[in-house]
Write a protein of this length. Structure first.
Lengths: 389, 389
């Protein structure tokens, strides 16, 4: 962060993605041989090379993009599930049941441990180009532990999501409705002051559409924005519920039928795809091409969590989207910048235009194509912007 | 590189992979709470935490592996082929024809440009954990240009491979036999002093089995070791040829039939799989599980090149091998360390045991499982060893 009143210029940008077609070429609004002046963390101007400012960051002719918006993570947790991953790679199917393993480890961790783990993952995400990150609770699953996880998340981001309805905790096994009462009552009351959003895992084995609807309605009444996990492990009613309830985003969407696509296309609900999850669980990839062609608004996020997608790498998600989801590189870049911003209903991020946040990624590459063309190579030379905002 | 006579200890290793089952547990010879003393770039001892030495590298309880052996790359080239990649992702099949595009760019580059590009890629590979790297020529395709590429490669590695028979150059289009005469005659005479190995691209559209045999025979007569590109784009006679000729390695092996597997299993020829290539060309992945179960010796390498696999990341290859080739993480780790060493017929690398090279990778992770479990995350905290040897 620069001191108040200081201007910074990112200069000698070979290829700048602004995400504004009125400023530059094509859907990404690309400007060549550019510079961007940032004043007090807000973009002041986009112009040719050599604009003046107090401080200069030299992009060395490389490509510069808006900072990545990772609109779906579960960063606050303790323990890992490497053994579960290994069993899965040996053939055991993923069913989400391992969430309880992480809940046990998270409850057992001290505040200091949980805070240190979260910070370490945030630093990793920032090195990987992420400048805005959404963080969900969901490994506490009791009033005190959910609130603790949200407090720690809120130390680092304003995009906090209360996900008490992640899984029924072991101590209430078989009593899902009773747990939903708790989530919608005492837990929500305690969590709401620390959260911007509410979310539920609407899936066979987690929560039904009716239970998820109760959670969303209670959250809405408490003034929270709405999001939903849906249609990850199979077809289901979650996408239609999300659209009906006006969720900002419905996430996973691995299994979309014609009705789901039509409903999404006629709505402002963003379909957020999480391809690293499909990679790490050997699920099929979602047909993002079909959704996009139908007019659905899309985003792509990491879903960083210890069970089904333990990565902070947006670049990796971009490479998978291009190889396995039928997106062009431009569509994938939009999905992790302006798409992520839409999924968080934010107009101030995901673009590099006057008035937007001065959050940027300088690549160690001449073009954004390299994010798909050079898979696995760490191409983020520098991340400009806060750890999370 | 440390001064002669200095000893270095890598201390506080939480999990050490030695690749020697007599030193540690399981096929990877794992030792917990270990340290490794290196004297003059050779491992002197493997012992418990706290061994004494002149200089101490603190692994901080993390996992330490033998440095990665990348036994198949084409690092000396100019230009890139991002546009070809984009066309391919839009549906154009890969046929290897783009090699000529790189040949044109490589010939047009100055020595200084080609050297700088090569060094930059080597530095990237080293940051990604690679301590021994094989580099092929094959983008010169004339006597002078092939020799120039080999000279530049030989500045950085002893594992240089003469691949004049990569593709018939444009100026000899349709005159493949004439070009093979050149490769086996004047070009080989000029190249042999700068190469350890000879290789050919035995594939429909490149060189026939008979042409490849001529190249290998000429190379053998010139004292070079033998390797072969085969069975990448479809079934073919290359694998059987490689085994018959006693090649150290036959590379790609995407398409293996029963006869190929049986021949490999009864030989010392290593099957080197290049999964990042299958990723970037949307080819099927090879059935490495079947090969391994039949007793075939295997390696995994990056095939770093601008057309079909522009990555230096061995970690990425490991993640693909576990997800898509049916290997366990231990088998994948062996394939990029001791497997790569076998593919180069080297007994001094790919293991961390007394007498072996002191080339090691310190992970930013407690276990090697994370190389598959955390895809896309740069987990190489430190690479110990030369840029290439």
């Amino acid at each position: 962060m620069t001191p108040t009143g200081t201007t910074t210029v990112i200069d000698d940008i070979g290829l700048l993605v602004t995400n504004d077609p009125e400023i530059g070429e094509g859907p990404l609004g690309v400007v060549r041989d550019a510079s961007v002046v940032i004043a007090d963390d807000t973009v002041e101007s986009v112009g040719p090379r050599g604009q003046a400012a107090d401080r200069r960051i030299d992009a060395g002719g490389a490509c510069v993009l808006p900072g990545f918006v990772d609109s779906h993570t579960h960063l606050v947790f303790a323990g890992d599930r490497a053994e579960e991953f290994t069993s899965r790679m040996a053939g055991k199917p993923y069913d989400g049941g391992g969430i309880r393993v992480t809940t046990e480890a998270t409850r057992a961790a001290s505040d200091a441990q949980l805070r240190a783990l979260t910070r370490s993952r945030l630093a990793e995400a920032h090195r990987a180009g992420t400048t805005t990150i959404e963080i969900k609770s969901g490994y506490g699953l009791s009033v005190d532990h959910e609130v603790r996880c949200l407090r720690i998340a809120a130390e680092h981001t304003s995009e906090t999501t209360f996900l008490g309805a992640h899984l029924v905790p072991a101590e209430l096994d078989g009593r899902a409705d009773e747990y939903v009462d708790l989530v919608c009552g005492e837990m929500l009351d305690a969590a709401a002051p620390h959260a911007r959003w509410i979310d539920a895992f609407c899936e066979t084995g987690a929560f039904s559409a009716e239970q998820s609807r109760r959670v969303l309605e209670a959250g809405k009444a408490a003034g929270l924005g709405l999001r939903l996990h849906a249609n990850q492990l199979g077809p289901g009613p979650g996408v239609l519920l999300a659209v009906e309830m006006g969720c900002a985003s419905v996430d996973h969407c691995t299994h979309l039928d014609d009705d789901d696509i039509a409903a999404l296309a006629g709505s402002d609900t963003v379909a957020t795809f999480l391809p690293a999850t499909d990679f790490s669980t050997r699920q099929p990839y979602p047909d993002a091409r079909r959704a996009l062609d139908a007019g659905v608004k899309i985003a792509i996020a990491t879903n960083c969590n210890p069970g089904s997608s333990y990565t902070t790498s947006i670049s990796f998600c971009v490479a998978l989207a291009v190889r396995d989801m039928g997106l062009t590189i431009e569509e994938a870049i939009a999905a992790v910048t302006s798409g992520g911003a839409s999924a968080l209903r934010r107009a101030d991020i995901g673009r590099l235009t006057p008035g937007a946040a001065g959050h940027a990624v300088v690549l160690d590459a001449p073009t954004y194509h390299d994010l798909a063309y050079r898979p696995g190579v760490p191409l983020i030379a520098r991340t400009i912007g806060p750890l999370a905002d």
